[in-house]
Design a protein around this ligand. Sequence first.
Ligand code: TXA
Ligand code: MG
Length: 329
Amino acid sequence: MAIISNCTASIIKDAAIALKQGHLVAFPTETVYGLGADATNKKAVARIYDVKGRPKDHPLIVHISSMELMDKWASEIPEYAIKLARNFWPGPMTLVLKRTDLAKDFITGGQDTVAIRVPSHTLANQLLEEFESLGGYGVAAPSANRFGKVSPTNSQAVEDELRNFLLGKDKILDGGQSQIGIESTIVDCTSNVPRILRPGSITLEMVENLLDIQISEFDAPNLGVKVPGSYETHYSPNANVLLNGEIIQGNGFIALEEIPTPAGAIRLGSPKDNDDYAKILYSSLRLADSKGIGTVNVIPPVMEGIGIAINNRLFKASNLKSLNAYDQN
Ligand code: TXA
Ligand code: MG
């Protein structure tokens, strides 16, 4: 298992074959890197849980190459979900829908819903198309990190996280730095109005504007399942993350470029704007760990646009009890 760069058509085809044979393939998406397995192969999917160290009842997102394949996995799809799919796919949005028989309990964590996404990263899309041309229906892919840790946004970070857990025939495909840098927006489409279960770069306002409706702010999902994002310390580096906290000599520091580095702090990230903030956040947190820094001071961005999703991840990384309603427990 080594990182494969310069992914040609034949490399992508080999990776699709590996998936079809039940091996794991980590691949880039525009949000974060995913750890893929054939979503209809129980054994392959079980390996995802082993490699991640993730509890078995946590459902996975099924990735497909186009919305045409949605109804293989989902039934009773509401009009508004079609509209969302038409508008935001391929892209950083996941829809939760009623499942079909194809979506087994080992994908959905035993729920009667399934999460689906069409990613926009070219390599991801090519891999999914190849996989489907071999008769595959979809690729289950959580973020390619150990459970509770920071999602990887480049292939080296995947290797750092998973090298001790992947096997010889598994693969890591390199597709550069993930352009968005934080996980997809998850929209629950199982009732008459959509609900945002996880904020992302597709914002509440974007969904409201498209559908011309009001959605209550991050309505707390009450799905009766453990979703990883609901753990208070999800998305954590080894270092302590302190939001707006006291700065002590030797601490790491992440803030917008315009905010100067306080005396004695070690600058880990200087994003130009909020989009850039999302893009560099996880690699900056990883940098703290690789430098052996114990505490990182972070000045969060303002709570607007993608800033809401960044704050969501920062709250969780910081071990603080989240103030957000959509954070379950
Ligand atoms: O951007 C992303 O979404 C990345 C890339 C690789 O696509 N994937 C990702 O997967 O973040 P993961 O497994 O790390 O997070 C998926 C989230 C989890 O919180 C999971 O509980 C939730 O989606 N989820 C999956 N199926 C669900 C369902 N049926 N109902 C509610 N939540 C679900
Ligand atoms: Mg994850």
